[in-house]
Design a binder for this molecule. Structure first.
Ligand code: FE
Ligand code: FE
Ligand code: MG
Length: 171
């Protein structure tokens, strides 16, 4: 545990920061697996573009899990040790892919990113001016999640437009 590093935290309980970071940690692992499996099962038109995006996001979510775990340890906490705890601690849950169509998969993922944006935005509010190091980490992750939502929404809209045009031309 970083003694001097943690002594600069003011106006917030370190245990409360550890608790919310562990919830975010659970979210990141579930998001990682959701992207991992979506990239495997996805079907349909323009799926290759979607697979590239989903795989890139899986890599990012795993990197986020790393960043959050390292911060929990610096604070003197322990990252969740058992995967079953991911489900008892998650904020955003897990969206099991039920329909493997590209558009449905992208919609499931967009929901997850919107939840992640709300969570990290709350964490940034909570730590601002109190725990600068955690604030920096959650702000950096927040920027990634905003980019994720935008990437998925842009792809979703391109594919929807393409399908609409295709249907028009076939008539
Ligand atoms: Fe993430
Ligand atoms: Fe994300
Ligand atoms: Mg992306």
């Amino acid at each position: 545990m970083a003694k001097r590093g943690n002594s600069i935290i003011k106006g917030i309980e370190i245990n409360d920061i550890i608790a919310v970071l562990n919830k975010a940690y659970a979210d990141e692992w579930l998001a990682y697996y959701q992207y991992f499996i979506e990239a495997k099962v996805i079907k349909g038109i323009m799926k290759d573009a979607a697979i590239a995006e989903l795989q890139q996001h899986a890599t990012d979510e795993l990197r986020h899990a790393n960043m959050v775990a390292d911060r929990i340890l610096q604070l003197g906490g322990t990252p969740l040790l058992h995967p079953k705890e991911w489900f008892t601690h998650t904020n955003c849950g897990y969206e099991e892919p039920k329909n493997f169509d590209v558009v449905s998969i992208l919609e499931d993922s967009i929901k997850g990113e919107q939840c992640a944006i709300s969570i990290y935005s709350n964490l940034a509010e909570m730590t601002r001016d109190k725990d600068i190091v955690t604030y920096d980490i959650v702000s950096e992750i927040l920027a990634d999640e905003v980019e994720h939502e935008e990437d998925l929404q842009a792809l979703h809209d391109d594919i929807s437009d393409f399908v609409t045009d295709l249907k028009k031309n076939l008539n």
